[in-house]
Design a protein around this ligand. Sequence first.
Ligand code: AMP
Length: 482
Amino acid sequence: MGFTSLGLSAPILKAIEDQGYDKPSPIQEQAIPAVLQGKDVMAAAQTGTGKTAGFTLPILERLDNGTRVKGNHVRALILTPTRELAAQVQENVFKYSRYQRLTSNVVFGGVKINPQMMKLRKGTDVLVATPGRLLDLYQQKAIKFDQLEVLVLDEADRMLDMGFIRDIRKILALLPAKRQNLLFSATFSAEIRELAKGLVNDPIEVSVSKENSTAVTIEQSIYPADKRKKAPMLVKMIKDGDWKQTLVFCRTKHGANRLAFFLNKEGITAAPIHGNKSQGARTRALADFKSGEVKVLVATDIAARGIDIPQLPQVVNFELPNVSEDYVHRIGRTGRAGEVGKAYSLVEAAEASELFGIERLIQQVLPRLELEGFKPTNELPESKLDTRPIKAKKPKKQKKPNVDHQDGQRSGDNARGNKPAGKNKRHFGHNKPNGENRGNSGQSKRKPSNTKPKSNNAGNSGNGQQRRKPANRKPSGQAKAQ
Ligand code: AMP
């Protein structure tokens, strides 16, 4: 089946053609017609399946036929857990809407809020946002939801893992009741279903992979290892294999820093990417990695979520994640869009229980390899596959937001080390309007109308509202009549 049979119109088909996509991916085949019908959709799809186009393309199609967006309003809102994912999704929206007269914007925390407020003034057809910054912008009256037609929660499972549930509920309470809801998640856990209850209405459920299964195009294996030998092992693997582009996962920010430092010392260009890095540093590290200037990106789970690097040849788990599901997310960075990828894990004896948890989740014992000269002295216990079904987790209690390491955080307060004024006083709904009770962040007190345009230092297009004149476009519908 080609894209033409899905019900998309010429400007979108042309943009798809520009991307070189010949046929829709399975998630696109299922999601596009459902979204075009105006139905609510719950989709189980990991990154790498083409899910972004799965919701973006039909949204753009629907928006093209609607009313023109008013100043500070938004017609489609896409919420993502991380800044990187937000930026990527908006890049996609921008590419796919290039022959339409629709505007898109991205907003996330960790960068100045004022340029974002300026960009929102003209109104935005498709806004991609992280939850915290969106609430800040709403509080500062830079955004209005009366015209909202579609809401997308992208990587909803991750948003819950990152403790965004309270922010999401606050956002839902601000939106018009009549709207289309799309929920995309790698897995449909009990928590996701609980969230979905209050969100989607008679949804069409679509799914492209077995729940929690790993993509078939990923070859997975483990190297039993001694903790202290892991770094030299990784050096040997990279050098022997002449690896040009490797994503390595560490558990902690300090661990990621230390490993990147070690690799650089060994002559392998490496950059850490994690929540303690400024947005500029994160954007730079990712750009250098994509361009090949940096061979190894050493990431923590949160920072890595949403990184889209086509054809990433290998992923290495320098340490296994505490949460088994994160293993699936991590290795989903390789073997993307039909490419074969390799996922290696260096596993020390103390990580046996994490390994067994992962093997139970994916229902597969991972093959073990030995790297010459690195036979571990602390033996890793043998795996025995636990085939008992995994009980659905109870919905988690609301986590307190992590102050030093939160994507989608408030307007830089945390990034500048200013804690919120007090418990439960982070957003609106308190006695003082306009964020006066929000610490000493000067920006939060300003009204949008007082903001002066400032240079946009938000890194990679972070704040860029994007509006193009349509090419070869037949005029029809109010959205185009500008
Ligand atoms: P996503 O799962 O949305 O992160 O997309 C993963 C990658 O697949 C991105 O690099 C997309 O550009 C690419 N992609 C999306 N749809 C298609 C398609 N129909 N054919 C080929 N590549 C695609």
